[in-house]
Design a protein around this ligand. Structure first.
Ligand code: DGL
Length: 273
């Protein structure tokens, strides 16, 4: 068992690095372990049962790595696995540990960005099917109308480093058109997949004048606040500014791709699950 108690950050692949980047900027003193389950990504089109099983397996690994707190920096895992893990598994396997997601902190604040009270959610098919965003936004902003559009081609484009290509233009425009067909009064678009910030410039190009919101900063601010409100968890988190990266697939591929998401060079280790 490692001597440090890092905060675990999880994603199906690279997307969570866009969240980790913002978290590390706001909480540089803490230790972090990132795990990308690249060998089994994408999660976006998988069933509830499969996303739950994969996510739980990864969460259990974080616990073995001594993490007192794990953030699911993946909307699909947050939508399909978080509640079962929090309510069913944690009380049995690790009642003293915490697992948090990215949907709740985002839905608590997203309504404040819109003037028309019409928000567009762009996400994986899994997140859209779960209906988590409309359900949660309704709790905090009942007057806000939520329109969802699944963008199943975006994660593969990004994972294959094709997000600057003309092919990406085609698919960005296609899904935005489908979103605006639902309501042209949408003034705020939430990138509800942690991969999508890499497409932000293209999305802005095809949705001029709209507010495009990514989650990294929102989740980071919410974690800062959480640690203040939960000193019993905060004091367990070790603080040596250590950052360790793991992938369930090839470390070479991970290191080559990760810097696009994280903005810095990364040296990952392999995890066989
Ligand atoms: N980054 C994940 C999310 O936020 C999706 C990637 C995937 O489909 O695995 O939903």
């Amino acid at each position: 068992m490692p001597s440090t108690q890092p905060i675990g950050i999880f994603d199906s692949g690279y997307g969570g690095l866009t969240v980790l980047k913002e978290i590390a900027a706001k909480l540089p003193q803490y230790d972090f372990i990132y795990l990308g389950d690249n060998a089994r990504a994408p999660y976006g089109s998988r069933s509830f049962e499969t996303v739950y099983r994969y996510t739980l397996e990864c969460v259990q690994w974080f616990f073995k790595m001594n993490c007192p707190l794990v953030i699911l920096a993946c909307n699909t895992a947050s939508a399909k696995a978080l509640r079962s893990i929090q309510q069913r598994d944690l009380p049995q396997i690790a009642p003293e540990k915490r697992v948090l997601g990215v949907i709740r902190p985002t839905t608590e604040i997203i309504g404040t960005f819109s003037m028309t009270n019409k928000i567009g959610i762009l996400a994986t098919s899994g997140t859209v099917q779960s209906n988590s965003y409309p359900i949660e936004i309704e709790k905090f902003f009942p007057e806000t109308e939520v329109f969802q559009q699944a963008c199943p081609m975006w994660v593969p484009l990004i994972e294959n480093n094709e997000h600057h290509s003309d092919g990406a233009d085609y698919f960005v425009k296609e899904y935005l058109d489908l979103l605006f067909q639902q309501s042209k009064d949408i003034d705020t678009i939430l990138l509800a997949c942690t991969h999508y910030p890499l497409l932000k410039n293209k999305i802005m190009q095809f949705a001029p004048g709209k507010k495009i919101v990514s989650q990294g900063e929102i989740v980071a601010d919410s974690l800062v606040d959480y640690l203040k409100r939960h000193p019993e968890i905060e004091k367990k988190c070790s603080k040596n500014s250590e950052m360790v990266f793991y992938t369930t697939d090839s470390t070479q591929d991970f290191d080559n791709h990760a810097s696009i998401f994280y903005g810095q060079k990364v040296n990952s280790k392999h995890l066989e699950l």
